[in-house]
Design a protein around this ligand. Structure first.
Ligand SMILES: C[S@@+](CC[C@H](N)C(=O)[O-])C[C@H]1O[C@@H](n2cnc3c(N)ncnc32)[C@H](O)[C@@H]1O
Length: 384
């Protein structure tokens, strides 16, 4: 097995792009037996960049079943030597993370940052509510505050009481167990409904499943449940394994069936089918988005002569299409009228303001508000 010292020397030589040093380490290291030396050499020969070599070395270590963190160090070196850093250069969370040299500890898998951005970007700068389960040293709460902005309500929850003391004084931290549904429900009642629930707690199967089953239904419409470190679903130590019953990943696969619940020959499970908008799987992360869904139906557009489906008579289809077209046209007409009225009222308001007359402004505003309210009610009645 390659030792830490040999690996360090190899990665340093790769970082300095010194082929001579690489060769010296491979040839001269007394830690490597002949087989290992051959494996290391094969890995290095399989790539033509320093980043590629570091990555190949990591793969070789991983495939040989050697200590995980040695492979981690190779992949880390590969990333910074050019295998991935360009992908994250524009990522604000990664920028925050990598510039952090002091303060509370923050421990993250780097490939999580694009996933966070993809799902949390739309919440930035808004008065959203976020719950993070798993506070540890409080570093991630600092990051979420920086990212989401001052208007966000951010709550941390941890089973370890020390979390209260280590988090910044302006962070709310509740102490409790994520396998206790009552505790989770109380968090939602007190601070929710949450737009974001991030589960970075104990990562055990039961912890992740109870948290998802309890908190997903309580999310705000449009909210997300992001569960991280789902690789434990594959780890023996966490009772994981590929396709092993009872893991969180297997539980999530059932949610994929729920997303497609309407298309199966079985009763609907309303709770999940009507609210799981999507399930997104990433390396070690699952993001489940909640959104009230209307029942799915197929629709046809185009010339009526093509709408001859066996399910309805041609006449019925044509009538339906005509009614739908009339409804759409009416709504469009009302929308246009409303937009015009709004523009006129805005112009009146601007004129009143220009004259600097509070009386006129107030009257114009009242007239505008009454007209706008009744137009909005009309639009809503017509199904907008
Ligand atoms: C991976 S750390 C959290 C790291 C933190 N989110 C960060 O990014 O810096 C996991 C935390 O989960 C907490 N934890 C473990 N089991 C828990 C449980 N059953 N309920 C709540 N928190 C738990 C641990 O005390 C620990 O602080």
């Amino acid at each position: 097995m390659i030792t830490v010292e040999t690996l360090k020397a190899l990665l340093l030589a790769l970082a300095e792009d010194s082929h001579d040093d690489v060769e010296r380490v491979v040839t001269g290291s007394e830690d490597l037996d002949d087989d290992e030396r051959a494996r290391v050499r094969a890995a290095l020969d399989s790539a033509d960049t320093a980043a590629g070599m570091a990555r190949a070395l990591g793969d070789a270590i991983r495939d040989a079943g050697d200590i995980d963190y040695l492979a981690n160090e190779c992949y880390r070196a590969a990333f910074y030597l050019g295998d991935g850093i360009a992908d994250l250069r524009e990522n604000p969370l990664f920028a925050f993370f990598s510039s952090k040299r002091t303060g509370r500890v923050l421990d993250k898998w780097v490939h999580y940052f694009p996933v966070y951005s993809e799902h949390f970007e739309r919440f930035r700068g808004r008065p959203v509510r976020m719950l993070e389960i798993g506070v540890y040293r409080g570093g991630s709460l600092d990051m979420w505050r920086w990212y989401l902005g001052p208007e966000a309500i951010i709550v941390g929850a941890d089973i370890d009481e020390r979390a209260r003391d280590v988090a910044a004084p302006d962070h709310v931290v509740e102490v409790g167990d994520q396998t206790d549904p009552e505790f989770l429900r109380s968090l939602s009642e007190k601070y929710g409904p949450f737009d974001i629930v991030l589960d970075d707690g104990g990562h055990e199967m039961r912890q992740q499943i109870v948290t998802a089953e309890t908190l997903f239904p309580l999310l705000a419409d449009g909210g997300v449940l992001l569960t991280e470190d789902c690789h434990t679903s594959y780890w023996e130590a966490y009772e994981g394994g590929r396709e092993r019953k009872g893991t969180f990943i297997e539980w999530c696969k059932e949610r994929v069936d729920d997303v497609n619940g309407y298309h199966q020959d079985r009763p609907l499970d309303r709770l999940w089918t009507d609210s799981v908008a999507s399930v997104a799987f990433y390396d070690s992360i699952v993001v489940i988005k909640k959104q009230r869904r209307f029942a799915p139906f197929a629709e046809q557009v185009g010339h009526a002569e093509f709408l001859m489906l066996p399910r309805f008579s041609a006449q019925h289809v044509t009538e339906l299409a005509a009614r739908r077209d009339a409804a759409v046209a009416q709504r469009e007409e009302e929308r246009a009228r409303f937009a015009q009225e709004r523009a006129e009222l805005r112009a009146q308001l601007a004129e009143a303001e220009r004259r600097n007359s509070w009386v006129n402004t107030t009257r114009a505003f009242r007239t505008w508000r009454q007209a706008a309210t009744s137009r909005l009610a009309g639009l809503r009645r017509s199904g907008d």
